[in-house]
Every structure is written in C-alpha cells, then in structure tokens.
Ligand binder design. Structure first.
Ligand code: ZN
Ligand code: ZN
Length: 128
C-alpha cells in the first residue's frame, strides 16, 4: 500500500490526464475540451508550465501575418506532449494555440486567466 502512495507522490507532476480526454481533445470533442479547461484551471501541475510556456510568446509573435499552416490537432498534441515530457513545442504550434479560437479556449484561456491575476499588483496571490 505504501509503495502505491510513494508512486503517487512521485508522479504528482507528471501525466495524469486520462487518455480518453486527450483523444477527445485532439478530435475536438467539446465535452473533453471543457474537461481539460476545467482541469487546467484547478490543477497547478499542468497550469504552471503552460503559463510559463505561453507567457514566453511575445505579442509581436502573435500578430505576425505569416502564420504557418498548423492543424488544431497538431498544435493540441504538441501541448499534451509538452505537459507530458517538458519539451517545448515549435513556435508555430504555440502561436496556433493562442490565436486559434477553438484551441485558445481549452488551453490558453485557463493560463491567461492566471497570468492576468499574477500581473495584478494589488493581488498578492496569498488568498485562501
Ligand atoms: Zn493536471
Ligand atoms: Zn486550433
């Protein structure tokens, strides 16, 4: 029993999003997108690296007209891969996540909500 517990604490920051959700989000199934969005809002292990990653994207990068042709599932898969392995996605894929309405909702909105809070000088972040 204690071995299982140890394992759980050791893997706390690693992959814990169900395969079903991952597959559903890649396929653009709304139910799974909402699950992921809610998860990112409540799970710091997933959200923190995502905030970090998306925070690196400068505004100038987002308004560049020559957006590469990237599919939603390619970009989403890259984010999952990032959460899983820590490998940063290519810039084009990141740009897609932020600029694509469909992808921004489950991935970027939760991160953005927190970024805004953290940049608010009146919010010390010690609430709760
Ligand atoms: Zn998580
Ligand atoms: Zn997209």
């Amino acid at each position: 029993m204690s071995e299982l517990k140890d394992l759980a604490s050791q893997t706390a920051a690693t992959w814990h999003i169900p395969d079903q959700v991952r597959v559903g989000v890649l396929a653009g199934i709304e139910e799974h997108e909402r699950w992921l969005q809610a998860h990112l809002l409540s799970c710091n292990d997933c959200r923190a690296p995502l905030i970090d990653l998306l925070g690196k994207l400068a505004k100038a990068e987002l308004t560049r007209p020559e957006l590469a042709q990237v599919t939603c599932s390619e970009a989403r898969n890259a984010i999952f891969h990032f959460l899983e392995t820590g490998r940063e996605p290519a810039l084009d894929l990141l740009r897609h996540i932020v600029t694509c309405e469909l992808c921004a909702e489950p991935f970027y909105e939760p991160a953005k909500a927190r970024v805004v809070l953290e940049h608010d000088p009146d919010d010390t972040g010690e609430a709760g």
